[in-house]
Ligand binder design. Structure first.
Ligand code: PLP
Length: 420
């Protein structure tokens, strides 16, 4: 079977963008795996980190590391400056209005759970609804099921079509006076679909419904602008955007965050504690109980510095071209069926091969030095929608090249031969 995907706004290759030069910044890319040069196509799970991030983490840990905020000594002040400096960089990078709108969390999962616990749960009543879509990651499904089960509310799901695009008219029908929140993925990790989130946010706001966007897979592929999107919350993880693991961000509009009760209690999120009464700290500390991932925050700041100097127009054009090329090459293999052929897609190639289980494909590709992911990608409802148990997913970043796609195709053809 063959499949084709037409790309949104195919952009001409730019002359200035040089992925080969960028690859030099990423030391992990330059190694052999099982006797083959590494072809790293598992960026949607976690992307690699540039030297700038690795070195800044080492420099910080060697010289400036101490606990933050309460220390009067020099090291604590340096660490606080670096950590809070990272918050400022993030604010600027995503064009939030105020640094108080940037809450450090463990990652996208914790950000969504924070909104579920502190924003939605307290006012969720019997018969209320949370609207989401078929293409959500489990981390944007399960917290809502938990909240709804507890409060007698209902999760409503907008369908997707055979290309993996959201059915907007159906989504619109879900938005009723009972809808407490619309929450959806900006870019699907399993399909690559880029949702028209700005329009969707406007559609929900017309009905007075707040919107949470799961930006985990959008932020590595494009610039996002909170004021332009006008979403109420936006969640993302550092480890998918060339930064360290264990840290991420919840962006929330200040007036909403201010009205919300804290997510967890503990140190750093208070102003005064007595046994009779505790007064909470202001934003953002109110949502950051306990010692945070200090080095992680600083590392994320270094990743932002790196991304700030990236030629984003060039990177987007390059990734679009890789997606076009990869789609074309995969479509030449009769046994391959692409899952996710949306008109607007990020550089994610999810596919199944007639007669071969994705886990076997992943294992054999690894022997050829090609790192992909095989499984349900924490999006089992997507697998159910396409009636497949799992897919093989090659997910690309700006540092991938056509040679990487060629290596994938070579190894895949070899794999198919083994199973013939
Ligand atoms: N949402 C999407 C779309 C994802 O792809 C992922 C991770 O794969 C997550 C949420 C969860 O991110 P994390 O595990 O960093 O919390």
């Amino acid at each position: 079977m063959t499949a084709t995907a037409t790309l949104a706004k195919p952009e001409p290759a730019t002359t200035g963008f040089d992925p080969e030069a960028l690859r030099a910044d990423f030391p992990a890319l330059h190694q052999e795996i099982h006797g083959h040069p590494l072809t790293f196509l598992d960026n949607a799970a976690s992307s690699q980190r540039p030297n700038a991030v690795i070195d800044e983490i080492a420099r910080f840990d060697r010289n400036d590391y101490a606990n933050i905020h309460r220390g009067v000594h020099e090291l604590s002040q340096r660490a606080t400056k670096a950590y809070e400096g990272a918050r400022d960089k993030i604010r600027q990078y995503i064009n939030a209005r105020d640094r108080k709108e940037i809450i450090f969390v463990r990652g996208t999962t914790e950000a969504i759970n924070l909104v579920a616990s502190s924003f939605v749960r307290p006012s969720l009543n019997l018969g209320d609804e949370i609207a989401l879509t078929t293409m959500e990651h489990h981390s944007n499904i399960v917290p809502w099921q938990m909240a709804c089960r507890e409060r007698g509310a209902v999760v409503r799901v907008a369908p997707i079509n055979d290309r993996g695009e959201l059915e907007l008219e159906e989504l619109e029908k879900l938005l009723t006076p009972r809808t407490k929140l619309l929450t959806l993925v900006h870019v699907s990790n399993a399909l690559g679909t880029i949702n028209p989130v700005k329009e969707i946010v406007a559609m929900a706001h017309e009905r007075g419904i707040p919107v949470l966007l799961d930006g985990a897979q959008a932020i590595p592929h494009m610039r996002v602008d909170m004021q332009d999107l006008d979403c109420d919350f936006y969640a993302f993880s550092s480890h998918k955007m060339f930064g360290p693991t264990g840290v991420g961000v919840l962006y929330g509009k200040k007036e909403l965050l201010e009205a919300m009760a804290p997510y967890q209690g503990g140190g750093d999120m208070i102003s005064v504690v007595t046994f009779e009464k505790t007064f909470y700290a202001g934003l953002p500390a109110k949502f950051e109980a306990g010692t945070p991932n200090i080095t992680g925050g600083v590392g994320l700041g270094a990743a932002i510095d790196y991304l700030e100097q990236l030629d984003w127009d060039g990177a987007v054009a390059h990734e679009n071209e890789l997606l076009r090329y990869g789609t074309e090459r995969l479509s030449e293999i009769p046994e391959v069926r692409l899952i996710g052929t949306a008109n607007r897609k990020a550089s994610v190639l999810s596919f199944v091969v007639d007669g071969v289980h994705p886990h076997d494909i992943g294992t054999i590709l690894d022997r050829e030095g090609v790192a992909v992911r095989a499984g349900h990608h924490c999006a089992q409802p997507v697998m159910q929608r396409f009636s497949v148990p799992a897919t093989t997913r090659a997910s690309l970043a700006f540092y991938n090249t056509k040679e990487d796609v060629d290596a994938l195709i070579r190894a895949l053809r070899k794999t198919i031969e083994v199973f013939k």
